[in-house]
Design a protein around this ligand. Structure first.
Ligand code: ADP
Ligand code: MG
Length: 240
């Protein structure tokens, strides 16, 4: 579903992604981890062209995303993206936040978009908060609203960049539970997270980035074993 072919990226003179090659199979869940500053956010942002690359190639569903004929809005409609800070619009209700992509990108009226938005809210267990403002719900609920919004255009791919890092500990579980359900539901999921319990249970592959290099790409069994790359073992002991 997503292929990175020798992808490299610089910010000016600073090279932050070095020759990354890897594949995300359709319907699988990838967890991406690694030290702070290793390039995780940059790498996931290249997939929907939020970050340009200097060399290499990225394909989504077999198509080179940098081809001239690829429309960036169409590309982004097929890839849900969720950030650490939920990025909800504070002046809009929960349900109005969720329906925004339908209104902006599909030209639907509020009335047309409402039933779909309510269905999405039901799916994330928040139909009863439809009329609340973001300030009046918890962080865990806000992140679930952001996930509902990211799914409303029915993307085949969902990318999340540290979706639980800004949450109070007691709210992490409800977001991970939703991600577990989505993963089981067959969407292709790429999640930057340091929630290693989640990674062990849900990921098909775990990727480890260090200084912009993909130094390890393994099944959870191998990733958490003594046979893992020494950098991985060092990283795992540093976060526990
Ligand atoms: P991570 O998500 O793993 O913490 P990032 O992808 O955010 O890492 O950052 C990788 C490297 O790129 C870091 O050295 C960071 O300082 C640098 N970086 C990130 N964004 C920019 C930017 N917009 N301009 C310059 N350097 C950046
Ligand atoms: Mg990051």
């Amino acid at each position: 579903m997503i292929e990175f072919h020798s992808v490299s990226k610089r910010y000016g003179a600073l090279q932050v992604i070095h020759d990354v090659s890897a594949t995300v199979e359709k319907g699988t869940t990838i967890v991406l981890c690694g030290p702070s500053g290793s390039g995780k956010s940059t790498l996931v942002r290249t997939v929907n062209r939020l970050e340009p690359i200097q060399s290499g190639r990225i394909t989504v569903a077999g198509r080179d995303i940098h081809e001239k004929s690829v429309d960036v809005n169409t590309l982004r409609s097929g890839i849900g993206f969720v950030f650490q800070q939920f990025n909800l619009f504070p002046h809009l209700t929960v349900v109005d936040n969720v329906m925004l992509p339908l209104r902006r990108l599909r030209g639907q009226s509020r009335r047309q978009a409402l039933p779909t938005a309510m269905l999405m809210l039901e799916r994330v267990g928040l139909a009863d908060r439809a009329q609340s403002l973001p300030a009046d719900i918890s962080g865990g609920q806000a992140q679930r609203v952001a996930i509902a919004r990211s799914l409303i255009l029915k993307p085949e791919i969902l990318i999340l960049d540290e979706p639980t890092s800004a949450l109070d500990p007691e709210m992490v579980g409800e977001v991970l539970k939703l991600l577990r359900e989505l993963s089981a539901g067959g969407i292709t999921l790429m999640c930057v997270t340091h929630e290693m319990g989640f990674a062990r249970e849900v990921a098909d592959r775990i990727w480890f980035l260090k200084s912009g290099r993909l130094t390890f790409d393994a099944s959870p069994d191998l990733f958490f074993s003594q046979e893992a790359h020494p950098d991985v073992r060092g990283f795992l002991s540093s976060i526990h």
